[in-house]
Design a protein around this ligand. Structure first.
Ligand SMILES: [Zn+2]
Length: 558
């Protein structure tokens, strides 16, 4: 069925490619160069001003703002001549469930010589991904499993010596490389996926644990306790699950460092000593004496539906082989509890990247039909935990094993041209070689992100592609401003982080200098064009945590 649709679509495309009736914004202002920087900038301004307008209400999933957003994207893709990318539809339904945990939960710990309770909010945070109104864990044995990592390619298994079925595991955040700053352990200072908190829960669930509690420490987590307590309270959106996530831990949560130290002391153990031991190869999990944990939580459960928007330019030679651009269209919506301006317009985050998808579709439509299919995927619910991209990766419109690459855009540069290009998650895959080439053709240099220990690579949509093995590139303009120097560039970025990031102040400004964003877009265009007319499959570098899964899935390729 897919082949039929694709071949039908590609014959339509042959008719429409280069058809002057297509609504091209890219070449409308400059006839001599149909993807000139100026016209890209003009088009970016236009799309961003609309997507980030108050009328769009901050583009929260399952709101009137979503309707406006997804229809705008569908209409623009249609006008540009880029066809539907999910069979004969531009939309892919994403079913989401919203869970709100009551804030009165208490964690009890009891052993023969120790008894203590910990309050929700100040001393611990608990929640669940199980999509049911009541979850309870009673009298569950407690085990310290160090970093909670099973990494066969690194010969590391924190669960090797212990069966944690129905038990409560206590886990350290980040990974042994960060803890020791030893370049020979994991990626040294740079966080691997094994260091990310989401991984810790996934692994604990695979091991059959009933509850998984991560010890919060500000350094290795990359953020303070307030970020944990605020982001874990209130409604939590997850993908609707057929088994209601019954295979995941009953309870997921965090302990403050003080709480963890007290519990270890109660078991006659020293937290700091065991933490140091856990960073060394050969560490074995340690039961916390006869201490048992009990906790119950009540949830309100609500379901709703949101949409990913997918457009595609079918490949002429190898339509099943795809290059997928992503950008999340969603943002945080409206918060009625905020006084004054309470619309989170999300202009930079991520009306810019969403607009980038439309520009790129336009630019590719101006070219000869590519040999491989180029996909433009605007995903929903990134701000709720990368959910739209997760849904796509689990329900792909094109085969995973022949998806050549993902290029993600999240928060394009609004400060003008930069000399540097920053790779988030550097030294991951051969896509970085393509990036180097494209950047140097613009006289720019590529650098690694300055704070790889914070794990930004795992915090936007490309990560869900990496997780299923697809090489995924996430780069950004740096801070080395062509016109104003590095200090100025860093100050602009800092001002955004301090005052506008995830705040109502992330608004469109007609004075934005989008020349740097335009340059980045041309760089991605060059990479994708090269890949789309090649038969190469770029690979993960040796030692990367996603290489094994790609190697397995690529064996399904003909
Ligand atoms: Zn974003």
């Amino acid at each position: 069925m897919r082949n039929f649709i694709l071949s039908l679509a590609s014959s339509l495309l042959l008719l429409s490619c280069g058809d002057p009736s297509n609504e091209s914004i890219v070449n409308s202002t400059n006839n001599s160069n149909n993807s000139s920087a100026t016209s890209i900038e003009d088009a970016l301004h236009e799309h961003i001003s609309i997507l980030a307008s108050d009328e769009y209400g901050g583009r929260a999933p399952a709101t009137a703002g979503e309707e406006l957003t997804i229809n705008y994207l569908r209409d623009k893709f249609t006008a540009l001549g880029a066809g539907p990318g999910n069979g004969d539809s531009y939309f892919q339904s994403v079913a989401v469930t919203e869970l709100t945990t009551a804030s009165d939960a208490i964690l009890y710990l009891q052993g023969s010589d120790y008894e203590a309770s910990f309050n929700y909010g100040e001393e611990m945070m608990v929640g669940t991904q199980q999509q049911i109104p009541y979850v309870t864990v009673q009298g569950s044995e407690v085990v310290f499993v160090g970093y909670g990592i099973v990494a066969p390619e690194r010969n590391w298994n924190d669960y090797a010596s212990v069966d944690v079925t129905d038990k409560t595991v206590i886990i350290l955040v980040n990974d042994p490389g960060y803890a020791t700053q030893d370049e020979g352990l994991f990626n040294g200072n740079a966080m691997t996926y094994y260091g990310r908190w989401t991984y810790k829960y996934e692994e604990a669930a695979r091991q059959g644990a009933a509850a998984a509690l991560i010890v919060h420490e500000t350094g290795p987590a990359g953020y303070g306790w307030e970020v944990v307590s605020s982001s874990w309270s209130g409604p939590q959106i997850g993908l609707e699950s057929e088994n209601l996530n019954g295979d995941l831990n009953e309870i997921e949560g965090w302990l403050t460092l003080d709480s963890a130290e007290a519990i270890f002391e109660g078991a006659g153990l020293n937290y700091q000593e065991l933490k140091a031991a856990a960073a060394q190869p050969g560490f074995e999990a340690v039961p916390l004496g006869d201490i048992q944990a009990s906790v119950s939580i009540e949830n309100s459960v609500r379901t709703s539906t949101s949409q990913n928007v997918i457009a595609a330019i079918p490949g002429s030679e190898r339509p099943d082989e795809t290059i997928i651009y992503t950008a999340h269209w969603d943002h945080l919506g409206i918060n009625p509890e905020v006084e004054g301006d309470n619309i989170y317009n999300g202009a930079a985050d991520n009306a810019t990247g969403t607009a980038g998808l439309l520009i790129l579709a336009d630019m590719h439509m101006q070219q000869e039909q590519p040999e491989r299919t180029i996909v433009f995927l605007a995903v929903t619910a990134e701000e709720s935990g990368l959910l739209g991209s997760q849904w796509y990766a689990e329900n792909p419109s094109y085969p995973i094993e022949t998806t050549v690459a993902n290029i993600n855009m999240d928060n394009l540069n609004t400060f003008g041209r930069m000399r540097d290009v920053v790779v988030v998650g550097a030294s991951s895959s051969e896509l970085e070689t393509y990036l180097e080439d494209a950047a140097s053709s613009q006289d720019r240099y590529v650098t690694a992100e300055p704070n790889p220990e914070r794990g930004y690579y795992y915090r936007s949509d490309h990560f869900n592609f990496a997780k299923v093995g697809i090489p995924a590139l996430y780069a950004e303009s740096g801070e080395d401003s062509v016109d104003n120097g590095r200090e100025w560039g860093a100050a602009q970025a800092q001002e955004y982080t301090d005052n506008r990031y995830h705040a109502p102040g992330d608004e469109y400004d007609p004075n934005w200098d989008l020349s740097g964003a335009a340059e980045d877009i041309r760089m991605y265009f060059e990479i994708a064009t090269r890949l789309a007319n090649s038969s190469d499959f770029p690979e993960w570098f040796e030692g990367n945590e996603f290489k094994a899964i790609r190697d397995t899935s690529s064996s399904a390729r003909q």
